[in-house]
Design a protein around this ligand. Structure first.
Ligand SMILES: [Zn+2]
Length: 196
């Protein structure tokens, strides 16, 4: 069997143990420009029902690629050591690509935000990323947070983007229906709300 890892990591980066030995991560060996490809994740795709019964370690290294589908690396490689940060320097490009969201300097750890791909509660944890924007707890519903949708526009996995678009369309339809009700109730002109 081939020992080739299922994920690709650019030669400008390497996976290694963090200085505080808290876990593995990937670090830039060369400067990386905004938009450059960092990694492409690979592996075996499982449906949710099978996926939730996999060992913890396999589930922790996975990537949610569709509403109910999960990509689990096999064999594991350096490219699978990308950690979460609430102030990431990388984001998703499509389902399995990881690109730089800004220029990255030599020695910087490369992270993305799990809100860019997760919509299921399979890997929720208290975050210790230390960023000023840290939300404390990372969960499967974080993609719904308006500030994250704004900050990560263009870097969500397609299945998450579809949900965001559907949520916005629903909100618009609701506002339209509300406006129509007001018009029927108060005449053609919608009264301006008065705040005291
Ligand atoms: Zn955090």
């Amino acid at each position: 069997m081939s020992k080739q890892p299922s994920s690709y990591l650019s030669s400008k980066l390497e996976g290694r143990l963090k200085a505080d030995e808290s876990g593995n991560s990937i670090f830039a060996l060369e400067p990386i420009k905004k938009g450059e490809l960092i990694a492409v994740f690979g592996g075996v795709v499982y449906e949710w029902e099978t996926f939730i019964h996999l060992p913890d370690r396999e589930r922790m290294l996975c990537l949610q690629v569709e509403d109910r589908h999960f990509l689990v690396p096999s064999p594991i490689g350096e490219g699978d050591y990308v950690n979460h940060s609430c102030n990431p320097n990388a984001g998703l490009s499509g389902q399995i690509g990881l690109v730089a969201m800004r220029d990255i300097q030599i020695g910087e750890e490369v992270c993305f935000d799990y809100a860019m791909c997760d919509t299921m509660p399979y890997d929720e944890f208290n975050c210790l990323c230390g960023a000023s924007t840290c939300r404390g707890r990372v969960g499967g519903n974080d993609w719904q947070r308006p500030e994250l949708q704004k900050r990560y526009a263009g870097y969500f996995s397609p299945h998450v983007q579809r949900r965001i678009d559907a949520q916005r369309a629903e909100q618009k339809a609701f506002e339209k229906a509300l406006n129509k009700t007001k018009q029927q109730k108060f005449g053609a002109k919608v009264p301006t709300p008065i705040y005291e």
